[in-house]
Design a binder for this molecule. Structure first.
Ligand code: SF4
Length: 86
């Protein structure tokens, strides 16, 4: 039994649609004083894309956050266990 199975209960919470992500980003940008500039945002997401903690290309397994949302905020940081990557 080496076949990896996916937990349907988790999938409902972990896999999110592009539509949901866009809604979250619109919400985040309602107050631009809380969000990082585009350069910082892109740098953060580039780090996430090569991180072993990124699940399904969207979700950080350390925080359970959608990284495209989490990375938007000035006050957020990376929760990587051995030290923040951003
Ligand atoms: S641990 Fe940090 S770098 Fe890795 S996916 Fe999560 S937020 Fe991104």
């Amino acid at each position: 039994m080496s076949k990896k199975s996916l937990c349907k209960g988790c999938l409902e919470n972990v896999i999110v649609t592009e539509e949901v992500i866009q809604e979250l980003l619109l919400e985040a940008m309602e107050d631009m004083t809380n969000v990082v500039n585009d350069n910082v945002y892109v740098k953060r997401l580039t780090v996430c894309q090569s991180c072993p903690s990124l699940l399904y290309g969207t979700t950080c397994i350390q925080s359970g956050s959608i990284v495209r949302y989490r990375a938007k905020f000035k006050n957020n940081s990376c929760p990587f266990p051995s030290g923040p990557k951003w």
